[in-house]
Design a protein around this ligand. Structure first.
Ligand SMILES: NC(=O)c1ccc[n+]([C@@H]2O[C@H](COP(=O)([O-])OP(=O)(O)OC[C@H]3O[C@@H](n4cnc5c(N)ncnc54)[C@H](OP(=O)(O)O)[C@@H]3O)[C@@H](O)[C@H]2O)c1
Length: 262
């Protein structure tokens, strides 16, 4: 891969392109992007360093590897304009709901890899679900994996689990943000300044996640280790159970999975 092009430069593409440049995995001068709002694109280009391009065709012509990062419903229109020009190139899609088969049925001779990313990629802590069914040549696949591993964790997923995986890790940052906001509200309610509250809560979330990942301990065991008999933490745990935390979390995924059936 020599030249990386982004179709769409919104939240997700900025997270990926910005992360790759920050981590020095890809030279900003070898990254190109197209988006309809050219003023916004140029501003982001100045911030991140990539080359803004003013047409889809120019973007595809300039790059050997193209990342589709526009909204899922815009992809048919994009492919109708540049589908033929993608022949012989690598296509990486980060669009929710688009799988290898949906691209393969519309394109010829394109090396395709669908990925479900999440925005913590911006700080090198992303999750990238790689659809197991793909048509990247082995050497390119290895390069693409290495590239995304620099931005977080890469997990191979069968096609049938891409939807649920995306619901948990792609939508998940919003849920974690809500939990952080809620605990910060509680801290503020009892007198802690807002900024301090976010710092305290975010670091607690980060530290708890790291502790689980590094020890491999069951989250329930880690929770038990913090709950002393007749102590304060177990009272908080009981209150969360009483107020349906577990059920609320599972239901937040149910509504996503139900919406995919519509
Ligand atoms: N955000 C997430 O957390 C997340 C997580 C997982 C997957 N994804 C996937 O990532 C993709 C992008 O999501 P996002 O959140 O980054 O959306 P976004 O912030 O709305 O960005 C969409 C980008 O697409 C551009 N665009 C609009 N119409 C276009 C067209 N006809 N041709 C080419 N580009 C066009 C927009 O340009 P203008 O601004 O100029 O209109 C914008 O740069 C989606 O497919 C989504 O499913 C996102």
């Amino acid at each position: 891969m020599n030249k990386l092009g982004f179709i769409g430069m919104g939240n997700m593409a900025i997270a990926i392109a910005g992360g790759l440049v920050d981590k020095k995995v890809f030279e900003a001068s070898n990254i190109y992007a197209y988006a309809p709002n050219q003023d916004k694109l140029k501003k982001n280009g100045e911030l991140i360093g990539f080359n803004p391009v003013d047409s889809l065709l120019k973007l595809v012509d300039a790059c050997d590897t193209v990342v589709i990062a526009c909204k899922p419903y815009q992809i048919d229109d994009v492919l109708s304009q540049v589908g033929d020009s993608l022949s012989g190139k690598n296509l990486i899609s980060v669009a929710a709901g688009w799988t290898y088969d949906s691209f393969a049925s519309k394109l010829n001779n394109v090396n395709i890899q669908c990925i479900m990313p999440n925005t913590p990629a911006m700080v090198g802590e992303g999750v990238f679900l790689f659809e197991e069914t793909n048509s990247l040549p082995a050497d390119v696949k290895a390069e693409v994996k290495t590239m995304f591993e620099s931005l977080g964790v890469v997990v191979d997923m069968p096609t049938r689990l891409m939807g649920i995986g995306g619901a948990v890790s792609g939508c998940g940052p919003a849920f974690m943000d809500m939990v952080m906001e809620a605990y910060a509200d509680a801290a503020v309610k009892y007198g802690i300044a807002r900024n301090t509250a976010y710092k305290l809560v975010a670091q607690t979330m980060l530290g708890s996640a790291k502790l689980q990942l590094e020890t491999g301990k069951h989250p329930g065991v880690l929770k038990d280790e913090v709950c002393s008999p007749n102590g304060t933490t177990i009272r908080g745990v009981a209150s969360l159970e009483e107020n349906g935390l577990r059920n609320a979390c599972i239901k937040s995924i149910d509504v996503i999975m139900d919406s995919k059936k519509v």
